[in-house]
Unconditional design. Structure first.
Lengths: 433, 306
């Protein structure tokens, strides 16, 4: 190489061409597709992609489910991609779907029915049949069903209860309350002992929505009412008497001094911390807590009690919907393989083992009978006993409206009736979009 | 070559030269097109539609913008964003400037203190938000515990749970995080001020405050314009520190336009059906607002110069 251009390649020319080539290569690399629909795998085999954020709920990136399926089905590759959390996951899924590159199997988050109605998610009732779907808790099937079509399958069910330290309660001389009034009654004793009577996550604010939504079922004893209010069906609105009663009950807890200062800033992580550091008597939280505590505080001994009832002798209705679910892409190029994988992972023995390893609550009745973690077993039994009530809101503006109404009640800025009206106003505004 | 021909040769690049220049600029143009121009045009386009991000978009014209005008959540987010933007712009312009001027006095330990002040700037806003969220917890959080330990327990507050306190607290956290960065910019700018100006002013009888007002601050005009512009734009699009600390809560007391937009597109704000078109409309409003503010700053700067 020389500096002149009399023959051969000049150094300047080489650097120019090399620089442009390198920049172009970087640009092209940045354009490369990041995945989504599996398409074809290595050397012509079929590939299916599975996207979730269920790393702690039985489907981490290195889940053996993929390799086990590949062994049983030579010629099929399973690419499991597990995101850290919904903040990482949701934009990635939205981009993949908008690009027409929907993963073959994916966590639908709030949007299973909407995906189904727009042809993004497959009708699993038609694809898998009633017999397959009957193994799931009915509530988990209902939350993904619209007009007789089901667009999602529960991967984890959930229920909610009061977590507590038995040794601490014994020292204070308090039992887990049967009713909300019982909780209000023991609140002064717990505060005198230096404890926050009841903690829960309210940051993000939808934790409050999870708490109050089952109170609507408790007030009405009708688990279908909230579903109708959420969908604004059969003339039901958020101004319903059961909603006002539930918000009134919530206000009584606030005025009864049950919650600590700074409730509205408590996160899921700090709530668990309040329990394990002995600062709170009860933590109201969901069935994922055993898994969390196993990782963060494996030696901490705790118990779980039922969601307090509306009144003595009433049902201990508690939230029961599947927080983690799976949908199948209606446009998957390897649909048969995707459906085979679904059937594979839900085979009773395999599904039980997977969820037990993750200490997560299963969504099928058969697996519910084989739960190994004692606290998860207790919480699962509530669903088997028929105490499940809806707690996830899918209607536009519903969750935001209910959460904001609860915040206003905690801050003493509104009455239950006004709060209910504000929820309906938020929903009306959202329906315009 | 005659001087005239030489001059023309310098001023008019050859075809080969233009081709080479284009080849070097092309990758940047492609990247700009892909990651700036296309999303911008696409956002403008979809703001005219009702679209959940999948399926067939439904054209609604300017209806999204009309709905924004009466949407209480949007108006609240706009208010939060404006308060945050104005406050952080003023604080994150004036405070670093004053501290940089103090540091110019060259006293022992100045370099160490400058480094300490700069350290938070290397932490991402998301991590900053998460750290301060823990520190500001009411039960066992670092701040309230420290206040209690020094006998100032009366000052402890539910910092992130109080709707009136949450935005000021986030502003203070933002100032803590960005102070070092803007301090560095001002400090670098102060190095280039001609010392003879100060000498001449002292000869004329100017004292410390006078020197600052008549020499230092006017000399930093260009840098101040840059700092103000950066603060305005960063304020308008604030998202990560708020989302990490409060997710826009309690309620929507700290929900900025960026957080509201995110919740509409990727969160549960619109329930089971995301509102991409509506979120795009908010993005368009933010873009025009940023452009107008940037234009205003430059007009003011040019008028002052002339």
């Amino acid at each position: 190489m020389s500096d002149d251009t009399s023959g051969g390649v000049s150094r300047r020319k080489f650097l120019q061409v090399g620089g442009v080539a390198a920049a172009s290569a970087l640009t092209l690399a940045a354009c490369s597709s990041g995945g989504g629909s599996g398409g074809n795998g290595k050397s012509g085999s079929k590939a299916i992609s599975v996207w979730t954020w269920y790393g702690n709920q039985g489907m981490p990136n290195n889940s053996p489910l993929g390799s086990e399926f590949e062994k049983a089905n030579p010629g099929t590759t399973v690419n499991i991609r597990t995101f850290g959390n919904t903040n990482d996951y949701s934009p990635a899924l939205a981009a993949a779907i908008a690009a027409g590159n929907t993963p073959d199997i994916y966590a639908p988050s709030f949007s299973a029915i909407s995906y189904g109605q727009q042809g993004v998610a497959l009708d699993l009732r038609k694809a898998l049949g009633d017999s397959f779907l009957s193994q799931f808790f009915q509530s988990d099937n209902d939350q993904f069903t619209s007009n007789g079509k089901q667009y999602g399958l529960g991967w984890n069910a959930q229920s909610f209860g009061l977590f507590y330290d038995p040794a601490q309660l014994s020292k204070v001389g308090v039992e887990p309350p049967e009713t909300w009034a019982d909780l209000i009654a023991v609140a002064p004793k717990l505060k005198a002992a230096g404890l926050i009577p009841l903690s829960m996550s309210a940051n993000p604010s939808y934790g409050l929505s999870d708490f109050v939504a089952p109170l609507i079922t408790q007030a009405s004893d009708d688990p279908t009412l909230l579903l109708k209010i959420d969908a604004q069906e059969d003339g039901k609105t958020w101004n319903d008497d059961a909603v006002v009663a539930a918000l009134d009950k919530f206000q009584s807890l606030v005025k009864g001094g049950v919650f600590g200062a700074g409730l509205l800033a408590v996160t899921y992580a700090t709530g668990e911390q309040l329990l394990t550091t002995g600062k709170t008597a009860f933590l109201w939280d969901g069935s994922w807590v055993p898994n969390d505590l196993e990782a963060s505080s494996p030696t901490f001994k705790y118990g779980v009690a039922q969601n307090p009832a509306w009144e003595s002798g009433a049902k201990h209705w508690t939230g029961d919907q599947a927080g983690a679910a799976l949908s199948v892409s209606a446009k998957s190029p390897n649909l048969d393989e995707a459906l085979s994988f679904i059937k594979f992972i839900f085979e009773p023995a395999r599904y039980s083992a997977t969820l037990n390893a993750a200490q997560a609550m299963p969504a099928t009745k058969a697996a519910a009978a084989t739960v190994s973690n004692p606290q998860v077993k207790i919480m699962t039994s509530w669903l088997l006993d028929g105490l499940g009530a809806p707690h996830i809101l899918y209607g536009p503006g519903s969750e935001t409206g209910l959460s904001n109404a609860c915040v206003a009640i905690v801050q003493g800025k509104t009455t239950p009736k006004e709060a209910a009206a504000s929820i309906q106003a938020t929903v009306n505004e959202a329906l315009k979009r | 070559m005659t001087p005239r021909v030489q001059e023309r040769a310098v001023l008019r690049p050859t075809l080969r030269g233009r081709t080479q220049a284009a080849a070097f600029v092309l990758p940047a143009v492609i990247l700009f097109g892909m990651f700036v121009a296309y999303p911008l045009v696409s956002g403008l386009y979809y703001s005219l539609f009702q679209w959940p991000g999948y399926g067939i978009p439904q054209y609604v014209g300017l209806q999204n913008f009309i709905n924004l005008a009466t949407d209480p959540s949007f108006l609240m987010a706009l208010r939060v964003t404006l308060i945050y933007t104005v406050s952080t712009t003023v604080l994150q312009t004036v405070v670093p400037m004053l501290i940089a001027i103090v540091f110019m006095q060259k006293w022992r330990g100045g370099a160490i203190l400058r480094t300490v002040i700069f350290i938070p700037s290397v932490i991402s806003l998301t991590i900053t938000g998460l750290l301060w969220q823990l520190a500001l917890q009411s039960n066992g959080g670092l701040i309230d515990t420290l206040l209690s330990d020094v006998g100032m327990g009366w000052a402890a507050r539910p910092w992130l749970a109080d709707s009136t306190l949450v935005v000021p607290v986030i502003i203070v956290v933002s100032l803590w995080q960005s102070l070092g960065f803007y301090l560095l910019i001002y400090y670098a700018g102060l190095q280039s001020v001609d010392p003879q100006l100060y000498e001449a002013a002292r000869v004329d009888g100017a004292n410390g405050l006078g020197l600052m007002w008549h020499i230092t601050i006017p000399s930093l005009r260009t840098i101040t314009t840059l700092v103000v512009s950066l603060n305005l734009i960063n304020g308008l699009k604030v998202f990560d520190v708020i989302y990490a600390m409060t997710s826009g809560g309690p309620g929507n007391a700290s929900q900025s336009l960026g957080v509201y937009l995110y919740q509409l597109a990727f969160g549960s704000e619109n329930g089971g059906s995301p509102a991409f078109g509506y979120a795009d409309a908010i993005g368009v409003v933010m873009m025009f607002a940023a452009a107008l503010l940037f234009l205003a700053v430059n007009i003011v700067r040019r008028e002052r110069l002339s």
